[in-house]
Every structure is written in structure tokens, then in C-alpha cells.
Design a protein around this ligand. Structure first.
Ligand code: GUN
Length: 284
């Protein structure tokens, strides 16, 4: 039976460290603020946004929520982004995705000031990730790196396989593993013999979006398996991309869903917001 990586515990520790630092900044009169913008009524997005507000409260940040109606126009949303870009109380801006269909994610993200882009979605920040010169790490991949670190696993020289090539997870994940000198392969829907590739992985990160797709026959004995998936199984129960029951006896470490990567994403968002706030106030 693998060791189960406790994402809630690792995330609680990251948030506690941030809380302590935020308290010290407050004593110097410095407050940190995160603006969260949500457009429309997507129920999953509403839960995510509520969790982000709760996390701000936990670490001692000010949170500013802007809930806009579904029919908000591009011009109206850009006007809000512009206002937040110029608001000194706001250190980080997060526009919850997906946006309603009539709004173009790209146009909105490109208009967030890069030094307030705590998601690290702006092309300037994406470019910085590519060259390893970053202030903000993309939240989910950064959370995955913290979880791997918590196992004490050395990444340098290891076979690292990332399944999924999204801009939010797969691609930046591969870069972060590469920066730590892993030998990285990215797999996707056109990969010829997926099992043959994933079976080589000492560190396997699954970000496919297909419930329980990764069974034991995709996994090398003793691998570290990180599951970024967030799906519903045939009974409507939350589950990952990894078939936990079948893989848990083969992996050395495995993340559960829920309680693995999920809590880390928000903790890393808090970390980016703190970084932005310190930068804005000239704190090292
Ligand atoms: N929707 C799902 N995940 C995310 C995220 O990490 N950031 C934003 N802005 N929207 C999301």
C-alpha cells in the first residue's frame, strides 16, 4: 500500500506560514489584498470562489469579490479589470474561468497587469515560466511540486511523465519538472502507446480529465503518482484521473481525490498573492 500524500495537511502548513508572514507585514502597516472576479452563475465556479475567499480570511488577506451578471459585456469586464489594475489596495487579481461564452478569456487575461496576475496566466508570466525566471508559479503545477517535495523525492534525473498538455496544468507542469532537472515527457490524446510511456515514469502526473483512466497497468512499481483530475464517477462521486484503488498498491506515494492537489492550488494562489503584495510594497 502506497503512502497517501495528505494535500490538506501540506496546504494547511503553506497557509500557516503565509498567515505568520502576513501578520508581521500588518504590524508594519502593510495589508495584502486579492480581488476575485466571477461572471455568471456557474455552480462549480461559485464554490471555487467561496473557497478562495475563505483562504484569504485564513491567511489574513483582504478579499474583494466582484460577482457580475452573466450578461456582462467585454467592455464592462475590461473596465473592472482596469480599475483593479489601478487600485493600490489590490495586489492580486483573479478572474475565475471559464467565463461565459460571449467573453474571450484571452482578451481579459491579457489586460490584467502581469504583476497582479496571481494565476500566472498572462503571456508575460507564461514566458517567464518558460525561461525559469518567475515571480509567480502557476498555482496547480506549483502545488504538485510542493506535494512531490513533501515525499522527499529527488526530481533530478528521474523519468517524469505528465499526461495532459493544457496551458493551465500540463505545459507549465512539464516546465517546473524540467527546471528541477527531471527527464520530462508530455503525453496527450495522440500519444501512440500511452501505457508504455507512463510505465517508465518514476513521477507520474495525471491531468487528463477522464475519470479513473490511469489503472495499475499504466504505473511503474514504486512510482510517485500525482492526480490532478477532478471528475465524477459513474455514481456521481468525486474522483480523479487515477483509479486510486488499483494504483495504491503499486505506487510508493499517491494523492487522493479529493484531498490531494485540490487544496494545494488555493494555497499556492495565496503564496502568489503574498509575493505580489510584498513586491508592491517593496518588501524583500
Ligand atoms: N478555473 C478553474 N481553475 C482555475 C484557476 O486556477 N484560476 C482561474 N482563474 N480560474 C479557474
Amino acid at each position: 500500500m502506497a503512502n497517501i500524500i495528505d494535500g490538506k495537511a501540506v496546504s494547511a502548513q503553506v497557509k500557516e506560514d503565509i498567515r505568520v508572514e502576513t501578520e508581521k507585514l500588518k504590524a508594519q502597516g502593510i495589508e495584502i489584498g486579492l480581488a476575485v472576479v466571477i461572471v455568471g452563475n456557474d455552480p462549480a465556479s461559485q464554490v471555487y470562489v467561496r473557497n478562495k475567499e475563505k483562504a484569504c480570511e485564513t491567511v489574513g488577506f483582504n478579499s474583494y469579490k466582484y460577482a457580475l451578471p452573466e450578461e456582462t459585456t467585454e467592455q464592462e469586464l475590461l473596465a473592472l479589470v482596469d480599475k483593479l489594475n489601478n487600485d493600490d489596495k489590490v495586489d492580486g487579481i483573479l478572474v475565475q474561468l471559464p467565463l461565459p461564452k460571449h467573453l474571450d478569456d484571452k482578451i481579459i487575461i491579457n489586460n490584467i497587469r502581469p504583476d497582479k496576475d496571481v494565476d500566472a496566466f498572462h503571456p508575460v508570466n507564461v514566458g517567464k515560466i518558460m525561461i525559469g525566471d518567475y515571480s509567480f508559479l502557476p498555482c496547480t503545477p506549483a502545488g504538485v511540486m510542493e506535494l512531490i517535495k513533501s515525499t522527499g523525492t529527488e526530481i533530478a534525473g528521474k523519468e517524469c511523465v505528465v499526461i495532459g498538455r493544457s496551458n493551465i496544468v500540463g505545459k507549465p507542469q512539464a516546465m517546473l519538472l524540467l527546471h528541477q532537472s527531471g527527464t520530462v515527457t508530455i503525453c496527450h490524446s495522440k500519444t501512440k502507446d500511452l501505457k508504455a510511456v507512463t510505465s517508465r515514469a518514476d513521477i507520474l502526473v495525471a491531468a487528463v480529465g477522464r475519470a479513473k483512466m490511469i489503472t495499475a497497468d499504466y504505473v511503474k512499481q514504486g512510482a510517485v503518482v500525482i492526480d490532478v483530475g477532478m471528475n465524477r464517477d459513474e455514481n456521481g462521486k468525486l474522483c480523479g484521473d487515477v483509479d486510486f484503488e488499483s494504483v495504491k498498491d503499486k505506487a510508493s506515494y499517491i494523492t487522493p481525490v479529493p484531498g490531494g492537489v485540490g487544496p494545494m492550488t488555493i494555497a499556492m494562489l495565496m503564496k502568489n498573492t503574498l509575493t505580489a503584495g510584498k513586491d508592491h510594497h517593496g518588501v524583500k
